[in-house]
Design a protein around this ligand. Structure first.
Ligand SMILES: [Zn+2]
Length: 394
């Protein structure tokens, strides 16, 4: 009798909880649509891709695991307002750090996250890494003191030529050595910080490979000489990569990050892991809270994988992206996708039961970098699945 009543009670509570969860989910899903849409409209100003598949090596059961992703944040300048597209205001950065601390986020070194991703090892709740590209001076003067005070690790991707040239905008090697003694790690961002995928006129594929390999190895050598530690990670300058570059970087033994947004899921393709860019426009708190709580869509395959839209592609049509998802707690009925500069775009389900869909922007993509971005609310109220794919057209 008592047991029966308990079961009935549990069922009732469960139903009430479900309805409450659905209402909460709907409210936050509307809010997120606004945020994602706004982010997307802003993204086109700063950003700009062709071809093959593939991704998860080992299948992950996303229903069983507690946390199957971690969030990697990307910063550049701190309190340098003349670089609005890559700067974060100090008040915004302080608010980010305060929020992460107050909400109990664990700040991990980036290498540890990559190890877990490769080992398909479940994360504890709320893991975030802080990364900073280019080694600008304000990293030393503004970000470092704040992070050191909290005892938080962080990773700086260094383009070594800028530092070696003693350009006033950059930190010095002695400053970086001091930071390394206090929680910072330094990783490879190439020596030249060029648009690495670009082939020079008259250059053969082989010559391009030789040139780019030398550039990346130069940064590798300089970081090792100055800091006594070799890099194992790489960040693509401007977030730009294609299959050829990704292959080259992987052959050098480096795990790579792009600048396409989204959390890093277990089993992610380590040729181009996502990060959330944190510049002024995308760094307001409502936006920040959604991003650090985001969930990685369990991507089985994305096609084309290569972001570079090169001949023979139709210049009058945007790329068709096919995305195949594993089972998850994403509410796919509420899947919404956005295209830089074109707003929300409907997806075409190719196999709804198998979670396979196609997305194509109605208009051709603008020149340079563009993104396809998809989100869906999860059954956990207030949390969203997030996936972004880069396209580069010349
Ligand atoms: Zn950079």
């Amino acid at each position: 009798m008592v047991v029966e009543r308990l079961i009935k009670w549990a069922a009732l509570v469960g139903r009430v909880g479900l309805v409450a969860g659905m209402v909460a989910g709907l409210v936050t899903s509307l809010a997120t649509l606004v945020i994602v849409g706004a982010t997307f409209n802003a993204v086109q100003a700063g950003e700009r891709q062709n071809s093959d598949a593939m991704i998860n090596k080992a299948p992950v059961n996303h229903n069983l695991l507690k946390e199957t992703q971690a969030v990697v944040l990307m910063y550049h300048h701190f309190g340098v307002e003349k670089h609005a597209s890559t700067n974060i205001r100090l008040s915004q950065f302080d608010a980010h750090l305060d929020y992460l601390e107050k909400e109990g986020y664990e700040i991990w070194p980036l290498r540890k996250i990559v190890k877990y991703v490769e080992a398909n090892r479940v994360f504890p709740a709320r893991v975030v890494a802080i990364t900073i590209d280019d080694a600008y001076k304000s990293v030393f003067t503004e970000a470092y003191p704040r992070l050191k005070k909290r005892g938080w690790p962080f990773t700086v991707f260094v383009a070594s030529d800028g530092v070696d040239s003693h350009f006033p905008a950059y930190m010095s090697w002695p400053q970086m050595r001091e930071m390394q003694d206090n929680g910072a790690s330094f990783e490879n961002h190439s020596a030249s910080h060029d648009y690495l995928i670009r082939v020079m006129s008259g250059e053969t594929e082989k010559q391009w490979q030789v040139r780019i390999r030398a550039d990346i190895l130069k940064a590798q050598r300089r970081i090792e000489e100055e800091l006594g530690r070799s890099s194992t990670l790489f960040a693509y300058p401007y977030g730009e990569y294609n299959t050829a570059l990704a292959t080259l970087v992987a052959e050098l033994g480096l795990r790579a990050f792009g600048q396409q947004s989204g959390p890093v899921g277990l089993g992610a393709d380590t040729r181009s892991m996502p990060r959330f860019p944190m510049a002024e426009r995308f760094a307001e708190m409502a936006d920040f809270k959604q991003k650090v709580a985001s969930l990685a869509f369990p991507v089985l395959a994305v096609q084309p994988w290569d972001p570079l839209l090169s001949a023979p592609v139709n210049p009058d049509a945007a790329p068709q992206m096919r995305l195949h998802l594993a089972k998850s707690s994403a509410r796919l009925a509420q899947l919404s996708c956005f295209v830089s500069g074109q707003g929300r775009v409907d997806v075409k389900w190719l196999d709804r039961a198998d979670r396979l869909f196609m997305l194509q922007a109605p208009q051709p993509l603008q020149g340079g970098r563009s993104r396809y971005n998809c989100t869906a609310p999860s059954t956990q109220p207030g949390r969203y699945y997030w996936f972004s794919h880069l396209w580069i057209s010349n």
